[in-house]
Ligand binder design. Structure first.
Ligand code: 5RP
Length: 222
């Protein structure tokens, strides 16, 4: 039976079929996308990485990296933590959600790669990460709590996790999941101190999902 790593690799490999020479790519972050980045070795592409970790993998694969390309991003490929039937996502368990969202928004086509453990009926099964400014972050957390979430500071008080942007992550749990992800996305965005949240709504055009029974495409890859 295929283990989870095999499934991640199978999904990533299918996404490599979407890549053409000369493209500007957005490179996500995480264990699934790592297979995709490694698979780009030898291809003539330019890429915008969403984290220092992905930049390191891309450099090792010999890929040219840019921070702010003059041309549009043709294709962004990234992993996800939750994928619902409408291809709405929770992302950011790897801490890179801020740059991941910037890249997804900048891309003409945004495609997700995942194993089938990420499929959910309703978003909020796990937790929704939010990147917040370190300044007065407890006040920000209190305001987030008023939205019905319980929160934890990633890494804990003694050694908080820092994003590549130097900020903090609050992981939000919503008992029972999210009834209305669009409404919650707007509410999270309106909280002062919140820089970005891990709800990616209306961004993914397609998802490549690998299961023990095979790889399938949700939505479209066009
Ligand atoms: C990082 C992310 C990742 O894409 C997400 O956590 C999935 O990671 P993995 O492929 O390791 O399961 O959002 O911020």
């Amino acid at each position: 039976m295929a283990d989870q790593n095999d499934l991640k690799q199978a999904a990533a490999r299918r996404a490599l079929d979407l890549v053409a020479p000369g493209m500007v790519l957005g490179l996500g972050t995480g264990t699934t996308i790592r297979f995709f980045i490694e698979g780009l070795a030898g291809l003539r592409v330019t890429a915008v990485p969403t984290s220092e970790a992905s930049a390191d993998v891309a450099r090792a694969a010999g890929i040219d990296l840019v921070e702010d390309p003059r041309r549009p991003v043709d294709l962004a490929v990234d992993g996800a933590d939750e994928i619902d039937p409408e291809l709405r996502l929770v992302k950011g368990h790897g801490g890179a959600l801020f740059r991941e969202k910037m890249v997804a928004l900048a891309a003409r086509r945004f495609v997700v790669v995942a194993d089938d453990s990420k499929l959910v009926d309703r978003l909020g099964r796990t937790y929704v990460p939010v990147e917040v400014a370190p300044f007065l972050w407890r006040q920000t957390a209190e305001r987030l709590g008023r939205l019905g979430a319980s929160w934890t500071l990633r890494g804990g008080d003694a050694s908080p996790y820092r994003t590549d942007n130097g900020n903090l992550i609050l992981d939000l749990t919503f008992p029972g999941g999210l009834d209305d992800p669009e409404r919650m996305a707007a509410d999270l965005k309106a909280v002062s101190g919140v820089l970005e949240h891990g709800l990616f709504l209306g961004l993914a055009r397609g998802a490549i999902v690998a299961a023990a029974t095979g790889v399938r495409v949700l939505g479209t890859l066009d």
